[in-house]
Write a protein that binds this ligand. Structure first.
Ligand SMILES: *Cc1c(COP(=O)(O)O)cnc(C)c1O
Length: 415
């Protein structure tokens, strides 16, 4: 049996039996390589964790929205969680039906709301009373009823990185818990709205179950109060945020997470919507990069300079995220602590210090692990660097799913 996912082989690091150096040799670097087998396994594991309780898994596009990845998830039965008009369009082109898309986001433009209303999405997750009123006005003008949910800010610390915590009072997201029921009651009376659900999402890369359970409890309490007023919800949407292990420790146990949410929600009888992003695709991708320079400052640090940096994978520069980095082909020699850095003119363009690596030479290929989520989607053209290429390994063969951007393509919008 061939191994699935990323594993060692005689030709170095491989993905589902395919030595990934071959992908870099053919397409150059930097390039993302994704394992379809890992995406499938993780999506199914997530879905299965909620067992027989009625639920829908709406994959959060912002983690990775490359078309081929979305098509794969769509065929597995995923729904979509879109965070912008652009993500709605991409979800539609990947085959998701409007009834399979929820639309979230703290600042939706009028044209984005109009698109969502006219498509008739499963729900627009509104972030304020004002937004509900604007959705109502659009729907009434179009002679439609829009399905809406209200995002609640439960004022809970997700105990994650401050940049990716979203459920505390100081954060910009949602409406205060104490105001939620009154806003829902008002919304339920509007002609243009069908009040479908309550929504909560307290952050990303959450590694403790307690805050997620607390958020679920808060939402279910509001749902109960609404039910007592005769406002029956279709479901409750508990967002995403499940943390993964970026090294040998960490991450959130899936079974523990699911049983905590079910313990809060099941007694209400309400179906669940979940919006995982990182959990599904994070461990399914690596970023392949070549060493372009190695140097040691006298009496100081050794820098391994890569041809990938914050422009291809922003996570380390933005959140101080620590990704394991491994040579694709085994290298002999004693490992020592080095700084692995990118080529961009920013000191924050670093994958961190003290990566224990054997001596590396210029042209060596390295893999930056667990970069399937918030990797390619956060890439930028800073320093006029082209968007990286992406490849998908499936069934023992790889295909290019996104060509490296050319300078012509980059300049096509400019005069
Ligand atoms: C980003 C986001 C998600 C996905 O978060 P993960 O941590 O990747 O699971 C889900 N829902 C909303 C509203 C989001 O903004």
């Amino acid at each position: 049996m061939t191994e699935t996912g990323f594993h060692d082989s005689e030709e170095g690091l491989a993905c589902d039996g395919v030595p990934i150096a071959r992908v870099a040799d053919a397409e150059g670097t930097p390039i993302y390589v994704y394992a379809a087998s890992v995406i499938r396994d993780r999506f199914r594991a997530f879905d299965d964790a909620f067992g027989a309780h009625p639920h829908a898994v709406h994959y959060a596009l912002k983690a990775n929205s490359t078309l081929a990845v979305l098509r794969l998830l769509q065929t597995l039965g995923a729904g979509a969680d879109a965070n912008s008009g652009g993500e709605i369009d991409v979800a539609r082109r990947a085959g998701f039906l409007p009834s399979q898309i929820v639309f979230t986001g703290v600042g939706k433009r009028p044209d984005e709301l109009a698109k969502a209303v006219s498509l008739g999405l499963k729900a627009i997750n509104a972030e304020s009373a004002g937004e509900l009123a604007r959705i109502d006005a659009i729907a009434v003008a179009e002679g439609k009823q829009a399905n809406v949910a209200l995002r609640v800010n439960p004022d809970i610390e997700a105990m994650s990185h401050p940049h990716i915590s979203t459920g505390a009072h100081r954060n910009k997201f949602g409406v205060a818990l104490g105001e939620a029921a009154a806003i829902c009651r008002e919304a339920a009376m509007r002609r243009g709205l069908r009040f479908a659900a309550l929504h909560v999402h307290i952050g990303s890369q959450i590694e403790q179950v307690a805050p997620l359970r607390q958020a679920a409890r808060a939402v279910v309490e509001v749902a109960r109060a609404l039910a007592a007023d005769g406002i029956a919800l279709d479901y409750v949407d508990m967002g995403g945020g499940v943390g993964i292990a970026y090294d040998d420790t960490g991450g959130l146990d899936l079974a523990e997470y699911a049983s905590a949410l079910l313990a809060e929600v099941a007694p209400s009888g309400l179906p669940l919507v979940l919006e995982p992003g990182r959990f599904v695709v994070g461990p399914a991708g690596v970023l392949l990069s070549r060493v372009v320079d190695v140097k040691t400052h006298p009496g100081g640090r050794t820098f391994v300079v890569l041809d990938a940096g914050m422009t291809e994978c922003l996570r380390s520069a933005l959140y101080g995220a620590r990704h394991r980095i491994v040579p694709v082909t085994a290298r002999v020699g004693t490992a020592s602590g080095v700084d692995v850095v990118g080529p961009v003119c920013e000191s924050s363009d670093s994958f961190g210090s003290d990566h224990q690596l054997p001596p590396l030479a210029v042209d060596d290929l390295v893999a930056i692990l667990d970069t399937g989520a918030y990797g390619a989607t956060m890439a930028s053209n800073y320093n006029r660097r082209p968007m990286p290429a992406e490849a998908l390994v499936d069934g023992g063969a790889w295909t290019l799913i996104r060509r490296r951007q050319t300078i012509d393509a980059m300049l096509a919008q400019e005069s």
